[in-house]
Write a protein that binds this ligand. Structure first.
Ligand SMILES: *[C@@H]1O[C@H](CO)[C@@H](O)[C@H](O)[C@H]1NC(C)=O
Ligand SMILES: *[C@@H]1O[C@H](CO)[C@@H](O)[C@H](O)[C@H]1NC(C)=O
Length: 615
């Protein structure tokens, strides 16, 4: 009797097991059939894809299997088009290689960024077009090969590609990519950016690839191309900035006409003024007058009273004065030192482009070039910058200097080789990530909290004492001490731009109620805490809400279901005591990320609770 029961037991396990196997195979077959359905011209070219035969039987065209699991789809040269059903592909968990080379697909890039473990994505020779969102690749940390060549993609090369630490092959040739080449620091083996519309200096780190990798982009300069950037060696900050200048300030025909008119009016006024002065006071003197063969009269005017003062000041200015130092702890430098510095493009930080510049003195700085800061006048701007320059706090980065021009400002801070928390958390799951132990992560959260506490006293009257708190604005020192950057900018920025550029304006406070307050920074702090504990890239950082993990929603669901422990980054240790403290921090993060500001902690309380968390 007992034996019979046992056998029965075993049999039901066996059935369950078989059921599970057939079920899982079933879904993958279904997924492929869904994919086939989403493609046009597939009846003919994928006629071998039929139900009842396993995809791994060897008869399905283009299906590559290993050990009876599907690892690749190689669907080249099949004349396929239609809108690829990526959700069906997501179901095939073991899929690593996806090739649609030489088909007829068109339109924007499908949301392949849902395929988190894909290693090769080969879309060469199709008719895909449009801009690829800058953060598109941030979810594809396993990507090694990306071939997009021979399509019609436009816009900038997505910045998120620079964060893929495993990327080895990048082929973007024969598209319409424009803008500057981002700074690829990973160990690329093969790179082809030829025949696009790229501009500006080639980053120094890419000069090792031959000229063929960059040919056919008229606006590119610097090594390994023969065309130098301006008078410089192609990599100075000056050449980088002036390259962008030409692109941005390319004056249209209409502007040119206006400029000429204005010059004409001014010239006429000077002429009248000079005529009057010659009669009497002698303050202005015509030093030469020449007549061209037209009726135009060319005047050269000298203003004696300004000869000494402004002239000398201008000379002084060329040496140093155009840069205003607000913090001399790392030494004093001038605009010329900066412009001569060898530089690389770091990317776009939301508020403007960022450059890394290494000066002759060895000091390495980040130059942020900000265009949308005309909300206040020069004096107020200067006062604000000097207040930033006086900040001395272990967890706040103090700017070194600024450069003011009406149309743009340069904002200069020290360069941190380790980069940002975003980069360390999500950029490299292999090496540096393993250094993010629980004590380190807790210390980072505490450092951020202390920095915020300081900003809340220093800028206590501001709606947003920080305003742009997210992991890309938390820099890390060599010892993983966090430094807050990009703080207290909101009063300086044109309102329309703030909404796009500052993370506080992505909060529910603004999205739902068009209001921000000091509690908005607390929400941003909550997102960072959940990001640090889960190790996941928050979908909140994506401008379009696509990709990443909604860490806030995830945390609230888990808390209501009592399954919070599942949220903790699997790379964190499993001992019961630390786990308890991690959960404690996770709960604080959730209380900070409450979507209703009324129910959210205030900053003071949040900081107090964070300080209590133990290792
Ligand atoms: C591309 O695919 C078509 C079939 O759709 C084939 O005739 C053509 O030779 C292929 N081109 C290349 C370059 O392989
Ligand atoms: C590529 O896209 C541009 C617009 O971005 C369009 O004008 C052009 O015709 C397209 N070229 C091809 C070959 O489809």
């Amino acid at each position: 009797m007992a034996a019979a029961v046992r056998i029965h037991h075993h049999l039901s396990f066996l059935f369950l097991f078989l059921f599970f196997i057939s079920f899982s195979c079933g879904t993958e077959t279904d997924s492929l059939l869904h994919l086939k359905k989403s493609l046009t011209n597939s009846d003919r070219s994928l006629s071998s894809w039929i139900p009842n035969i396993s995809p791994c039987s060897g008869t399905w065209l283009g299906v590559v299997c290993f050990d009876n699991t599907i690892t690749g789809l190689h669907l080249s040269d099949l004349g396929l088009s239609g809108s690829i059903d990526v959700d069906a592909l997501v179901e095939i968990r073991s899929l690593r290689t996806l090739s649609f080379i030489n088909n007829s697909f068109s339109g924007p890039i499908p949301n392949f960024n849902k395929l988190g473990s894909i290693k090769s994505l080969l879309l060469t020779q199709n008719r895909f077009s449009g801009t690829i969102p800058t953060d598109f690749f941030s979810t594809l940390n396993s990507l090694k090969k990306l071939w997009l060549s021979g399509n019609n993609f436009s816009g900038e090369i997505p910045q998120s590609l620079t964060q893929l630490k495993l990327l080895k092959e990048l082929h973007l040739e024969y598209n319409s990519f424009s803008g500057q080449i981002p700074n690829f620091n990973q160990d690329l083996k093969s790179l082809d950016l030829s025949n696009n519309k790229l501009q500006g200096a080639i980053p120094v780190s890419l000069a090792r690839f031959g000229p063929n990798s960059f040919a056919g982009n008229e606006g590119l300069c610097g090594k390994p191309l023969e065309k130098t950037c301006g008078d410089d060696d192609g990599s100075s900050l000056f050449s980088l900035l002036s390259n962008v200048n030409e692109e941005k300030y390319d004056t249209s025909w209409a502007t040119k006409v206006i400029v000429i008119l204005v010059i004409a009016v001014v010239a006429a006024m000077i002429f009248l003024f000079v005529k009057r002065s010659r009669r009497g006071d002698g303050e202005l003197r015509v030093v030469s007058r020449s007549r061209s063969n037209s009726t135009e009269e060319v005047l050269m005017v000298q203003v004696p009273s300004m000869r000494g003062g402004v002239g000398d000041k201008k000379k002084e200015g060329n040496k140093r004065g155009d840069i205003v130092m607000v913090n001399e702890e790392r030494g004093v430098f001038g605009l010329q030192d900066l412009m001569k510095a060898s530089a690389e493009v770091l990317g776009n930080g939301g508020l403007g482009s960022m450059y890394k510049a290494m000066m002759g003195t060895g000091l390495c700085v980040v130059v942020k070039r900000m265009r949308e800061m005309n909300k206040i006048g020069k004096d107020v701007f200067d006062a604000e910058m000097r207040q930033f320059g006086r900040i001395r706090h272990r967890n706040i980065i103090t700017p070194l200097a600024y450069h003011y021009r009406r149309e743009e400002k340069l904002f200069i801070t020290e360069y941190m080789p380790k980069g940002s928390l975003l980069y360390v958390l999500h950029g490299d799951r292999g090496t540096s990530h393993s250094e993010l132990t629980w004590p380190t992560r807790l210390n980072i959260v505490k450092g951020i909290a202390r920095g915020l506490k300081f900003l809340y006293s220093e800028f206590s009257t501001y709606d947003l004492p920080h305003g742009n708190l997210k992991s890309s604005n938390v820099l890390l020192t060599d010892d993983y001490e966090p430094l807050l950057s990009d703080y207290a900018f909101q009063p300086l920025i044109n309102p329309k731009v703030s909404v796009q550029a500052l993370f506080a304006f992505k909060s529910p406070d603004f999205v739902q109620n068009q209001k921000v307050s000091q509690k908005t920074d607390v929400y941003c702090l909550g997102v960072i805490i959940l990001e640090i504990i889960t190790g996941k890239f928050p979908s909140q950082y994506h401008s379009n809400g696509k990709g990443g993990t909604d860490v806030v929603q995830w945390a609230f669901t888990a808390i209501s279901e009592g399954t919070e422990a599942e949220l903790i980054d699997s790379e964190l240790p499993n001992d019961a005591n630390s786990r308890k403290n991690m959960l404690h921090l996770l709960h604080i993060g959730a209380c900070c990320a409450e979507s209703n500001p009324e129910q959210r902690l205030n900053m003071k309380e949040a900081v107090r609770r964070i300080e209590e968390v133990q290792v």
